[in-house]
Write a protein that binds this ligand. Sequence first.
Ligand SMILES: [Zn+2]
Length: 116
Amino acid sequence: MISELGQERADALRRVAELGARLADLEALHEPDADGECPACVAPAPCVTMLLLRGDISSEQAFGAMRDAHVIDLARAEQPTPPVPSLTELLAQPTRGMDRFFDALLGLPTRADRAS
Ligand SMILES: [Zn+2]
C-alpha cells in the first residue's frame, strides 16, 4: 500500500513535469516579438492563447473572444477563382511523361530514342 502510493506520487510528479515543459513550450511559441505581436497568432500581444495558457482568462472567455473576432471570408478572398479546365480538355493533353514511363516499363524504345 505504502509502496503503491510512492509509485503513484512519482508518476504524478513526472506527469506534472511533462505538462510544465509542454506549457513552457507553448508559452515560448506565443511570446511577443519585437513589434509586440504574437508570431504564432499574428495578433497583438498578449494573444488569447497566451492569456489562456497563463490562466488569466477561462476557456469560455477565449471562445467568446474568438467568436467576436473578425472572420476571414475565404470564398470572397479567393475571387476571382482561377478557371477550371473541363475533363475533356484535361484528357486531351498529351501525357508524354506517362508514355515514357510505360515505354520504359515495357522495354520499348522511348520516344527520345526513336527521335534520334
Ligand atoms: Zn499567440
